[in-house]
Design a protein. Structure first.
Length: 277
């Protein structure tokens, strides 16, 4: 039997290391054993058949359709939100519009009554059946200015085009009505100013502000009654247009947006209530 030396029986370092590391486990010193990160790449193999080419094109088309569809969906949701806010703002505008129209109606109805009473007094004086006393016109609080703030802002920003053509036409027609209201108001103010200037000719300084029509001539009476009649006519025209605006605003607040239907409703014979709906 051959004797073995101790050196031959001593295990090598590599053998010791293998014995210390259990099977199935790896050391951190060997990078080749660690799991690589998963990466996805498009296939690089060449397209050799028509079928593969068609599949490739179809995948591209489907991907583009999905991207465009998602973009349009996001845009639709955004525009729907803007449209909802815009319509709420327009409704708020027309509620304020209706309140102001009714304020104009109340103020001008009172002025019309006062002018009509004064015409009767002057005619009684001209018929020598009464004395002509001072004019009595009740003071009125000047109403505010008609303005569609939200609608005007939407028009300036271009958002008004998000609405239907009928709604756009309605908003545009409302702006035209504002201009007409302003014209009527100025016409009434002019007629009132002319009448007031005439009456001030007969105001005395002692006592201040007192009226004395005892010296009025027949020619001046004719001038006075003409001014009063002109003022009454302009107020009546203004009130008729305000009634038209009232009916239109009521119809819009009820949801009507067709411009032709609105104009038919505005010209209805039913007299609107002065009270705010």
């Amino acid at each position: 039997m051959i004797d073995r030396t101790d050196s031959e029986m001593t295990p090598e370092p590599s053998d010791r290391l293998k014995a210390e590391v259990p099977s199935g486990e790896t050391t951190g010193a060997d990078p080749e054993i660690s799991s690589p990160m998963l990466e996805v790449h498009a296939p690089h193999e060449p397209i050799h058949t028509r079928k593969n080419f068609a599949i490739h094109i179809l995948a591209i088309v489907v991907g583009l359709l999905i991207a465009v569809g998602l973009e349009q969906t996001v845009e639709y949701v955004h525009h729907s939100h803007q449209r909802k806010n815009l319509r709420e703002g327009i409704v708020a505008d027309f509620r304020l519009y209706l309140l102001l129209v009714d304020e104009f109606t109340r103020a001008n109805t009172q002025q019309l009554d006062d002018v009509t009473t004064r015409i009767h007094e002057v005619r009684q004086f001209m018929a020598k059946r009464a004395t002509l006393g001072p004019p009595h016109f009740k003071p009125t609080v000047p109403p505010g200015t008609l303005r569609l703030g939200n609608t005007e802002a939407a028009k300036n920003s271009g958002l008004l085009q998000l609405l239907t053509p009928g709604e756009v036409a309605t908003a545009t027609d409302a702006e035209v009505s504002f201009d007409r209201v302003a014209e009527y108001r100025e016409t009434v103010r002019t007629a009132t100013r002319k009448r007031t200037i005439f009456e001030q000719k007969f105001q005395s300084e002692d006592p201040p502000g007192a009226f004395n029509f005892s010296s009025i001539t027949p020619l001046q009476l004719d001038d006075y009654i003409e001014r009063l009649l002109d003022e009454r006519a302009t107020i009546s025209e203004y009130l008729a247009y305000l009634q038209l605006c009232h009916r239109g605003a009521i119809a819009i607040l009820k949801g009507e947006s067709d411009i032709n239907t609105l104009r038919l409703l505005e010209r209805a014979e039913t007299k609107p209530s002065v009270e705010t709906q």
